[in-house]
Design a protein around this ligand. Structure first.
Ligand code: SAM
Length: 280
């Protein structure tokens, strides 16, 4: 592992993650790139100005979001041929529910060197704190604001065998929890709030338990909402019969039992006895 950032940077686009609440989370490389770059493209010059001041850095701050005109974006990309331009968002990792996607694509298409300086990201921080399964997760950004669209979005995600990760705002939290209770019943939910800040908390429970809590204690601040994956359905006797009947068309009873045992986790000896019965 090595750590080297030269005092002067080669021209290009540097995607720089910044803290999500605790300034101590700025990485060494992020600080060095922000001090050494020629300009910073950012969402809000006041927010990024404060971070730059904290780092003792003073660089031109250029406002950028994905609604920038094609002409403005092309001008920004053209400047990267002879300038090192850092892209930051107000907080966390640029492009994750934040601007930058078009800029990165077009910079690469224009032959600009694009590099990333990874760091804080609320979705990943929330996932680690939630204690929910994280071998697979699906980041779904912000849920729609309107009730019907929100319920439809959740219904679409219901069969996904992964922890679901959403960004949410405090005023909409209980509505989102109610919709989760309706579309994804019997799932454990985690509310990760104010990550890395003084009042960081992570509360887990059923949607109904969490609604009761947050109605009594209205939440403040920023929130990552996480929903556990659907429980694996345990195969029952009818499933086993169907699988055995299919397997018996091409296999001996012992082979069919072994195969169905592997797929369902049911007992091989019981399946063998059942396969003999079915064959008879
Ligand atoms: N790009 C950012 C990232 O990497 O985390 C996310 C930007 S998105 C516009 C802002 C949302 O991220 C907030 O509404 C909230 O859902 C979540 N978020 C950001 N900071 C957070 C924090 N400290 N604690 C909990 N959630 C946070």
């Amino acid at each position: 592992m090595s750590h080297q950032t030269p005092a002067t940077l080669k021209p290009g686009l540097y995607i720089v993650a910044t803290p999500i609440g605790n300034l101590g989370d700025i990485t060494l490389r992020a600080a060095e790139v922000l001090r050494a770059c020629d300009a910073v493209a950012c969402e809000d010059t006041r927010v990024t100005g404060k971070l730059m001041k904290h780092l003792g850095a003073s660089k031109p701050l250029w406002r950028y979001d994905d609604h920038a005109s094609d002409k403005d974006r092309a001008r920004l990309v053209a400047s990267m041929h002879d300038r090192a331009v850092a892209l930051v968002s107000d907080a966390g990792t640029p492009l994750v529910s934040d601007p930058g996607y078009r800029l990165v694509r077009e910079a690469r298409e224009a032959g600009v060197t694009v590099t990333t300086i990874p760091g804080p990201c609320a979705a990943v921080a929330g996932l680690t704190l939630s204690g929910l399964p994280n071998d697979r997760f699906l980041f779904a950004g912000f849920l729609p604001v309107k009730d019907k669209a929100r319920l439809e979005a959740l219904t679409e995600l219901a069969p996904v065998p992964a922890t679901l990760v959403f960004y949410e705002t405090a005023p909409r939290l209980t509505k989102a929890l109610a919709a989760i209770g309706e579309a994804l019943p019997d799932r454990e939910v985690a509310v990760a709030r104010e990550l890395t800040k003084l009042y960081e908390e992570c509360r887990t429970g059923s949607p109904a338990e969490l609604i009761a809590h947050y109605e009594a204690h209205p939440p403040k601040g920023e929130i990552v909402l996480l929903v556990a994956p659907p429980a694996e359905r345990v195969a029952d006797a009818a499933d086993a019969d169907q699988l055995l009947a299919e397997a018996l068309q091409t296999m001996k009873a012992s082979q069919a039992a072994a195969q169905v045992a592997k797929v369902t986790g049911l007992d091989r000896k019981d399946l063998y006895a059942r396969a003999l019965e079915m064959r008879a």
